[in-house]
Write a protein that binds this ligand. Structure first.
Ligand code: AMP
Ligand code: ZN
Length: 112
């Protein structure tokens, strides 16, 4: 499958790994929007939030359970924002579900 993030998981495209286990891979965003900007992706290819179903929701639960730990390891003691862009109106550019962890500074109050 011609998916950028599947290639990153496979090690075919380099990335700066932050965390990895059997369910997920976390790495630094190549174009950070804040001092800390990490992407967390499921190892299985799920196109977006809309692709979550009864078969794969266990992996998503493991990701959400792990994210506070990843954030703590990144030093985000004062909070962080978790974003998942889904579909064209949200400007989702990579069609492999991903969660942005953004922080390390006081973020804008605006969400959009
Ligand atoms: P989205 O716009 O929500 O689909 O987010 C895609 C994110 O992937 C953007 O923040 C990009 O900067 C990031 N990105 C694209 N290619 C790479 C890459 N090769 N390594 C790390 N991050 C990437
Ligand atoms: Zn993929």
């Amino acid at each position: 499958m011609d998916c950028l993030f599947c290639k990153i998981i496979a090690g075919e495209i380099p990335s700066q790994k932050v965390y990895e286990d059997q369910y997920m891979y976390a790495f630094k965003d190549i174009n950070p929007q804040a001092p800390v900007h990490v992407l967390v992706i499921p190892k299985q290819h799920i196109p977006s939030l809309d692709g979550i179903n009864e078969q794969n929701c266990g992996d998503i639960a493991m990701i959400l359970k792990k994210i506070p730990e990843i954030a703590a390891d990144l030093g985000l003691k004062n909070g962080y924002r978790l974003i998942s862009n889904c579909g064209d109106d949200a400007c989702q550019s990579v069609k492999h579900l991903h969660f942005h962890i953004i922080g390390g500074t006081l973020l804008s109050e605006r969400m959009a």
